[in-house]
Design a protein around this ligand. Sequence first.
Ligand code: HAM
Length: 533
Amino acid sequence: MTVLKAVRGTRDLLPPETELWNRVEATTRRVFARYNFGEIRTPIFEDTSLFARGVGEETDIVSKEMYTWEDGERFDRDLLRDKWLRENIARFESWSLDRTAAPKADFEGQQMDGSWEFVIFASQTTSSQLLSLADEVREWNAASGRFRGIGRIVIPTISEAAVVTTPEGILIEKVSGAFHKSSQSLTLRPENTAGVVRAYIEHKLGESGLLQKLFYIGPQFRRERPQKGRYRQFWQIGAEVIGPPSAGSESPLRDAEVLEMLASFLDELNITGWTLVLNSVGSATDRPKYVAALREALAPVKDQMSPDNQRRAETNPLRVLDSKDPADEAIIATLPKIADFLDDESKAHFAAVLAALDACGVQYEINPRLVRGLDYYTRTTFEFTHDGLGAQNALLGGGRYDGLSEMLGGPKAPGIGFAMGLDRLILTLQSAEAEPAPVLADAFIAPLGEALNAPALALARDLRRQGMRIELGDGAFRIRKSFEIGNKLARNIILLGEDEHASGILTVKNFATGEQTKIPRGDLAQALRSSGN
Ligand code: HAM
């Protein structure tokens, strides 16, 4: 039988390495609490459209890297068509297909007495898409004149079916669940900002009128090519500051405070050698001007670029700047810079961020090409890089997303945040310090004979309740074996024989000093504690 292994791009974290992870997480909680952040835990999977709308369809993350599946009963076109045919066949003399003149909607039709009846198969269709689909058919019908008289459109969607009557206005009659049960496209979260903003909107957090300062620690999932520092399941420590403009959420002070928190956090972990790289990608009004300029600059040269960049040059030129394709680098270097397109407000905002950073001595470099690979960014964007990381040198990334809440159908709620690659943070620490030593228990209890197993468990319980870290042996072990195992796992060994059990005086041996003492049961915890110091 083949031995199963962890899936490519995922890995197990084992002790003692997990001690380091716990230390970093504890430092996160301690430092972030000083800045008055509270923890948010959002689901690991979300509706796919959250990421499509929030992060952006044309980003690498959404277009290539997401783990997406159809959840619930699958939409089975053929079954559906058979069922529909069976139910309707008697009413038709013949069934004919005509797709040639069809608009985007995929349909099959039947002409009967000068009118047509047809079915549109539309998977993953929302109500609004359904309406526009119906509109599209109506328009096409009006133009082509093919569907004279009363046509009936049956639109079975994943979650609902509808009957639409044309041409006298569109009447949509929902017949929910008529064909199949509901199904939804879900995605393992590739990042957590969209989820946090969804939660902010869903729980109306903005109604408090206060800034929401939320942090998270958790796994994210991207189908990237695995290499050192890049995994398909990886961990992020992130934080978001978001709120209504009246709470000061747009203030450059928020940007500087978040960046200062990161610098202090890295200091507290003794991580040195990082570089803060900053840029401003402008506001929602600067951006279209820049994108137009990019498009214009790309038009004459895009044919010389990689197929991905040729497509992006059309669909989302900003994403050309994220390209890691070395062949396209020379062209990218000639493209216009966003800094030349910032309006006065964006320039002043960026200058205020820099001034606040200068005031508290946080050093930075400005990189006018740093646009970051997610569509929601506005104004300040940043990354902390670390040379020790090799090719995947971004320790963390973040920025402002003043329009994200509105992109997701929420109220105006500007925000700024970051996410740190926890795996990369750990790699940095591992290269700087020795592997953590395995943690030793305070004591190993050796019951001397199987009859003493039960009293040994009771003794272990008492000591554990007093905060001691205890390993429990087994009375079936010979004493030599107990000493061998105890020496690997604990600082002390407690021998529990018949005499010790009866008298309540235990024999304790310290492995480091070799010292052996008799200690009353009631004093054991105190004695172990002082021997540990
Ligand atoms: P991001 O730049 O996509 O931003 O990811 C942030 C960090 O996560 C990266 O700098 C890197 O350290 C780590 N990371 C990303 N992909 C991987 C991977 N495959 N393996 C290991 N580590 C990885 C975001 O995710 C935004 N949500 C950040 C943000 C928060 N912006 C505003 N608020």
